[in-house]
Design a protein around this ligand. Sequence first.
Ligand code: ATP
Ligand code: MG
Length: 428
Amino acid sequence: MKIQRPKGTFDILPYGADESWQLSDLWQYVEKIIRQTAAEYGYREIRTPIYEHTELFNRGVGETSDIVMKEMFTFPDRSERSLSLRPEGTASVARAIVENNLMQQGAIHKFFYISPMFRYERPQSGRYRQHHQFGAEGYGIASPEQDAEVIDLMLQIYHRLGLKNLKVHVNSVGDLESRQAYKAALMAYLTPHFAELSADSRTRFEKNPLRILDSKDPKDREIVAKAPSILNHLSPDSKLHFHKLCHILDQIQIPYVVDDRIVRGLDYYNKTVFEVLTENLGAQNTVGAGGRYDGLLAQFGGPDAPGVGFATGLERVLQVMMAQQVSYPKTDRPFIYFIPMGDGAREKAFNLTAACRHNHIPADIELSAKKVPAAIQNALRCEAQYCCILGTNELEIGTAQLKNLATREETEIVLDHIIPILKTIFIR
Ligand code: ATP
Ligand code: MG
């Protein structure tokens, strides 16, 4: 029996993928733009392990979050330690900053990551058990310019990738003081509706009632539509922070809507929270999201330093690109494809192929087909630009025809001069 990939996973292939967003050229292009843009904004790459002690996520993401309650891939290792595949990036980044004493080396740290994440969810379009996130985080700056900077970075990347019609929703969940005041008001409003709430929301009622605002259940949504707004319960400090952020976003011309129903599913947020939405993905309409997490480093035994960041799901970004018919560049294909006919020619062709490659000219060689038409088919399949057929005759006279596979034009070239000639016509 054939073995299949696990449910909720997919392969990223150079060709032959089930969906156009699963082609590796697209992934490479998107990752390149992300790396370039992040660097231009002053963000450096961080890579953390793909699994961590389960405790990290329990404490970092929060015991009452959906991720910890029902989505983690948790397993004991051979020494019965509980490990979990990383469901999100921020807890690991915060852990790494504290563990490596980075805050002692400087007050400000701006990092990005591109990594696979694992969540045991019901697989559907835009929702996978292994998905990939690009995230960026800034630590050490409490003022709202830092919030605006990460939002701007996120949108700049979407913009450079050619995404259109995205909506930015921003909100403030305040500080602890604001949230306590709001929680009381929200619970007072929800109490008469308790019996009508979904089972999930009834569980959240005691533990984390703010999460009820996040519910996707239609009846819950109807009830929370009339709930009091957290924006009316912000402490003076949180209110000022939010106003300043909105002002900065106006100044740098980022359109947004204030949406007081956004609370985010992870427990570590305070003050700013935001989401970027698309109309191209159906139910899975959040392309990326983030917020401020000022207490996170301290929670992991680090200094009391603020932080803010976002994560965006690459699958969803790629799916929106494909839905909006964005074009993207391909990686290098062979510039020249050598087709040897006979054993003597094979040796010469292999030497020429190697010489091209050593000189940064993408090249490939036919090593299987016995007949020229089949070899040309192979050259076309790997999208080579030129082919060069080498037979005994060519070897004897020392010249061969360089054939343009698109126009079928042929040019005679001296084999001993092939590298300087190709160097003049190959432009990357
Ligand atoms: P959702 O409400 O869609 O479940 P979330 O709040 O769980 O999203 P975050 O934890 O904020 O998502 O993750 C950041 C981003 O990662 C999301 O905005 C989304 O683009 C992407 N994402 C999250 N879970 C998945 C998944 N299972 N498959 C694909 N992408 C995902
Ligand atoms: Mg989720």
